[in-house]
Design a protein. Structure first.
Length: 345
């Protein structure tokens, strides 16, 4: 296939690009190269035959039309989005602009292209979203594909809106759409403002490791390379109009996750004192969801996918990657907002 991947220089998008190329697909990587994007993420495949990069903004309708016409993709994997909850609290407008308006323009460009292709039966538009659109769980229960939407942050609200647009374009215009909602991703190339990289990099710098509130918030953790494999599975085997929840079957409280990372660092890069002594409890995030947990039985039963990397193994791989790739993350330290506490009201 020739796949148009939006946001392919970001964390999850670059994992999809690398995996798609490894499977033998051609990739058109469309990315605006905003603050969280990095072309080094795809350096390993950038020189390969079948890889094309387009610097473009999904809000630019004319450029999108040109890209579809020039490259004639067989499918779209739409990952381009503003994604950091704390940044959405400080500046929600950018999230509405990119995640909602940008998705609208991409849907319209894809629809026009699909109609010119005489409603090609094999074309697919796969929209990648988050479990955060479902809101917050209590101590029990799991998010299913039928869970009602109840977003609690500007970020999750903008993603919920984009999900609804995609569903509507499928129902109203017949565009062959697929949707997926994933749990928290982690792994190599994770931008250093998110929890796991913050813990690793603050520990290495002997800085306080910030824990929001009491650290009791629970997340289901999904290794990014498992997620990339799942997304390509949905794209190629999923039923049009269907949504698929993608999870790692790896729930952990934030405080327990941080302690696991500290223990790995004690082993791999021992310091004078255990890294756990750097843990510092800070003011909680406004509207901080208590728990996310994914029921991924549909993608397992229908498409045969399930996560292959345990949380313990994934964290070990991730910590080792950051220790071995200092040049990558050091180059990002000066980017806007990195290393600062964002998301206060």
């Amino acid at each position: 296939m020739k796949i148009l991947v939006t946001g392919g220089a970001g964390f999850i998008g670059s994992a999809v690009v690398r995996r798609a190329m490894a499977q033998g697909h051609e990739v058109v990587n469309l990315d605006a190269l905003t603050y969280a994007a990095c072309l080094d993420n795809v350096a390993d495949v950038a020189a390969l035959h079948g890889y094309i990069f387009e610097k473009a903004d999904i809000r630019d309708a004319a450029t999108l039309a040109r890209i579809f016409a020039d490259h004639a993709p067989d499918a779209v994997l739409h990952l381009a989005a503003e994604s950091h909850v704390d940044r959405s609290i400080d500046g929600p407008g950018a999230f509405i602009d990119t995640n909602v308006t940008g998705t609208y323009h991409l849907l319209e460009a894809a629809r026009a292209y699909w109609l010119r292709k005489d409603r090609c039966e094999t074309f697919r538009f796969h929209h990648v979203s988050t479990d955060e659109v479902f809101g917050s769980l209590g101590a029990e229960g799991l998010f299913t594909e039928e869970t009602a939407y109840a977003p609690n942050s500007p970020y999750s609200a903008s993603k919920a809106a984009s999900d609804h647009l995609v569903r509507a374009w499928g129902e109203t215009y017949g565009l062959p759409v697929l949707l997926s909602n994933c749990s928290n991703n982690y792994g190599p190339y994770h931008f250093p403002e998110k929890l796991i990289p913050v813990v690793i990099l603050n520990a290495l710098a002997s800085k306080p490791i910030p824990i929001y509130g009491a650290g009791e918030n629970v997340r289901d953790w999904l290794y990014v390379e498992d997620h990339a494999e799942a997304l390509l599975t949905v794209l190629q085997k999923g039923t049009v109009g269907r949504s698929y929840n993608i999870g790692g079957n790896a729930e952990a409280r934030n405080i327990d996750l941080v302690r696991m990372i500290c223990s790995l660092l004690d082993e791999m890069r021992p310091a004078e004192h255990p890294y756990e002594k750097l843990i510092t409890y800070v003011e909680d995030r406004p509207g901080h969801d208590a728990r996310y947990a994914i029921d991924a039985s549909r993608i397992r039963d229908e498409l045969g996918w399930q996560p292959s990397v345990t949380l313990a193994e994934g964290l070990r791989r991730t910590v080792r990657w950051y220790l071995d790739n200092t040049e990558w993350w050091q180059a990002l330290q000066a980017r806007d907002g990195v290393g600062q506490r964002l998301g206060r009201v």
